[in-house]
Each structure stands twice: as C-alpha cells, then as structure tokens.
Design a protein around this ligand. Structure first.
Ligand code: GDP
Length: 437
C-alpha cells in the first residue's frame, strides 16, 4: 500500500546524518513511484515530488533535525496542500437546503445519503428529508427506505412515477410544506458514464437548483475515479466530493488526485457500512493517516460524540463505591461499538494502522462477552463477587461457552475495575495531567 511504500522510502533517508542531494533524489524517486503505484496521476505525483525535492534541498539549515523527520514533514505538508489544505463545509443556507447526490451505481450514494441525513440530524440539528429518485431500480428505493428507517428520517418516494426531475421537485415542495430544512436527493446511477444518465442528472440539477451537489466516488476504483469525477464535473460543476469505502484496502491515490484534477474539495469520507461511519474530511488528518501517523483527532472526536456526561458521572460514583458491575460493563461495550467498526477505530491509533493491516478483526468480538454477561442473573451482574465455580458452570452453559471463557472474562473485569479505581486516585490524576499537556 501507499503507506508502506512511503514509509520505506522515508526510512531510507532516516538515520543518515545529513541530507545530501543524492539521497534526497533517491528518496524522492521512491516516493514518486509509491504515489504512482497508488494510482496517483503521474503528473500530479511528479509535481509533488519536485516540490518535495526543492524544499528538502532548500532546508539544509534544518540538519539538526533528523533527515527522515524532515522529509516526512515536507511530504506531509505537500500532501495536505494537494488535498486542499483547509476543510470546507457544506452550504446549508437554503430554505430548505437541497443537496443533490450524484455518482455511479455502486459508488455508495444511497448509503452516503442515509449517513449524511443522520449526520445533519444528529450533529447539526437539522430536520432532513430523504428523496428516492431512482425510477429504474425499485430495490434502490427500498434500500433508501430501510436506511431512512434505521436513522429515523422520512423518505419521500413516488411509486410508479417515471420522471426523476418531477419527483425531486415535488419532494422539495413537500419539504417546504412539512418543515424539513434539508432535502437530500439520492439519484439513480449507471454502471458507467453514459449520455442518458448525464442528461437525466443535469435535468434534475436544473429543476431543483441545489445549494450543494456532491459527487460520490468509490475510492477503490483508483484512476477511474478521477475520470468519472471529470465527467460529472463537466456536466454538473459539482461543489464537493465524497470518497467512500476508505475502510477497505484502498490505494488512496484517488483522494490525492481528485482535488488537483477537478479542483473541487473532498468534503466527506465514508469508512464503512454502518450509518455512523462518516467523517468530515480534513486534509491534515488524511495526510497523517497516509503517512501512518494515525488519526488521533478523529478517534477522540468519535469517542467524544458517544460520551454522555451524565452517564460518566454515574459511572465514577459507582467505581468509587465499588459498585461497578457487569451491567455497567455491558454499557461500556455498547458505547465502544457505537463508535464504529473496530478495525477502523484501531487504525486511527498511531502506528497501529499498519500493524493490523492484514489482521482480520472480528467485529463480533464482543458477542461472546455479551452472551456470557447475558447468561448471568441480575444479582450476579450487580455483585460479581458472588460468582463461584458452580455459578460459573451454569453461566458458561447458558452462553454456550467454556468455563475458561467465563474465567477469562471475570479476570478482565477484575483488572478493568482495578485500573479504573487507580485512575480515580492521585496516580490517575497525575497521569491525566501528563496526558493533557
Ligand atoms: P449506490 O448504488 O451508489 O447507491 O451504492 P450503495 O449505497 O448501494 O453502496 C454499494 C455497496 O457498497 C453496498 O453494499 C454498501 O453497503 C457498500 N458501501 C457503501 N459505502 C461503503 C463504505 O464506506 N465502506 C464499505 N466497506 N462499504 C460501503
């Protein structure tokens, strides 16, 4: 992957005392190769590495820093530059604000529409309406209805209607009359760009005059993504790009190239099939991720979103009074699960992304734990200390696990309790202070 290759290229230069023209040239060549292999457009890669080279040689003064670090910083800054340097939000000034979602079939449009509606409702206090405009595939309309149901957002449909533009127009009218302040219009996609499709979406665009047109693209499609982006941009002059499927083993090149080819910002990234797996795009964070620094900021933000102040206070009290039980443990697990896919979360921790690249992380890893806890009686959950061997046997049987699994969980629980207790004491305070500096 791009991350590995850049890593290797940068490692070559690390450890050497001084940046010489020769090792800079070697490193730059390797970086360029890594970028091109990752589907970054050749010209874009060449321009980028040329700038890196100039900067590296121009910064001789910084030889006190290790060359590897210096090069990493230069490449990082250039990547950020390439991806648009600042984060750009979406235009929600309309009454209602109409957002048109365009892209090829399978790019993740419908999934993204659901996620965007959920995001606007949860984080921006909006009252969105979803609109299904795919008159060719009833299954697509059904899919949007299911997603809308999941996130509690109404979906406007017109059964049997044949004209997507008029469905969209009617939906905007419906939104005005029913107090929706955002209208998200999911459109039909084709497997490849064709004229009929472009004309249809152009027509919808013309009739509803959206505040925001977002082009959704599957980041796994590499260089093709860039060509598709160009075609859609010529037709719609869209406002922003949504990169999907960044959770998979994507080559990342598309993210790097699209911005510089169509000169439109990437606004969101989608990292999984769950409705919560949506992130606002920040070039800085993406560059960190590519360079393997992890994306701590996003991780912390996701954790904060799930953080409930009241619950936390209650939890603190319980720990202090030694009343933390298995029901609380279950609640904690649920909070973690709400944050999203396990592998994604772990990938955001610096250094871990690379290490777990090839590891299969079972998203159901918690299932067994939950099964064991569910097979305990309320009394046992409240007072784990009463769980003796006999009870353990019964619990294991009920959960369909071995007694060793129950033992392991009890041990984990015990350790967690000890750790939490410690975090609340003077040592914990000290640790927290150190971490916040
Ligand atoms: P559409 O045809 O453009 O509406 O695409 P869909 O929203 O139906 O998505 C196509 C497939 O990709 C579905 O199976 C989705 O669950 C899946 N998908 C969408 N977004 C993501 C994502 O960010 N990550 C992963 N892993 N799968 C996704």
């Amino acid at each position: 992957s791009l991350q590995d290759k850049l890593d290797k290229a940068l490692q070559n230069i690390s450890g050497r005392g001084k940046i010489s023209e020769i090792n800079v040239a070697e490193t730059v060549k390797e970086i360029r190769r890594a970028l091109v292999d990752a589907d970054v457009n050749y010209k874009v890669a060449k321009d980028l590495t040329k700038r890196v080279q100039d900067k590296a040689l121009g910064q001789n003064v910084l030889t006190s820093l290790s060359p590897g670090q210096l090069m990493t910083k230069i490449v990082h800054d250039e990547l950020v530059q390439l991806m648009g340097s600042t984060h750009e939000g979406i235009n929600l000034s309309g009454k209602p604000s109409v957002i048109l979602i365009a892209g090829l079939q399978g790019s993740g449009k419908t999934t993204f529409s659901g996620k965007l509606a959920n995001y606007l409702k949860q984080k921006r206090n909006k009252k969105p309406l979803l609109v299904a405009c795919d008159v060719y595939r009833p299954a697509a309309v059904e899919q949007l209805k299911v997603l809308g149901g999941q996130v509690g957002i109404p979906v406007y449909t017109e059964e049997g209607a044949l004209n997507p533009s008029s469905i969209a127009e009617n939906a905007v009218k419906f939104a005005k009359e029913n107090g929706h302040d955002v209208v998200i219009v999911d459109t039909a996609g084709r497997l490849a760009i064709d004229e009929a499709m472009m004309n249809e979406i152009k027509s919808i665009h013309y009739f509803i005059k959206p505040e925001e047109t977002l082009f959704v693209v599957d980041s796994m499609t590499g260089q093709d993504a860039v060509n598709t982006a160009k075609a859609f941009n010529d037709a719609l002059n869209f406002d922003g790009v949504v990169l999907t499927k960044l959770d998979g083993d994507t080559r990342g090149g598309a993210a790097l190239t699209i911005r510089s080819v169509v000169e439109k910002p990437i606004k969101f990234i989608s990292t999984g099939e769950k409705m919560e797996a949506l992130d606002v795009f920040y070039p800085e964070r993406m560059a960190d991720r590519i360079l393997g620094m992890g994306d701590v900021v996003s991780l912390v933000e996701r954790a904060q979103e799930q953080f409930d102040e009241e619950e936390a206070k209650k939890l603190h009290k319980k720990i202090a009074k030694n009343e933390f039980g298995f029901d609380d443990f279950l609640k904690q697990i649920n909070q973690i699960k709400k944050m999203g896919n396990m592998k994604d979360l772990m990938g955001m921790i610096p250094g871990v992304g690379k290490a777990i690249k090839d590891v299969d992380i079972d998203d159901d890893a918690f299932k067994h734990i939950e099964a064991i806890i569910h097979s305990m009686t309320p009394e046992e959950r409240r007072r784990p200390s009463i769980i003796n061997t006999q009870r353990k046997g019964r619990i294991a049987k009920g959960a369909g696990r071995k007694i060793e699994d129950v033992n392991a969980l009890m041990k984990q629980f015990d350790q967690m309790g000890k750790m939490m207790k410690m975090m609340q004491g003077p040592q914990g305070k000290q640790m927290m202070e150190m971490m916040s500096k």
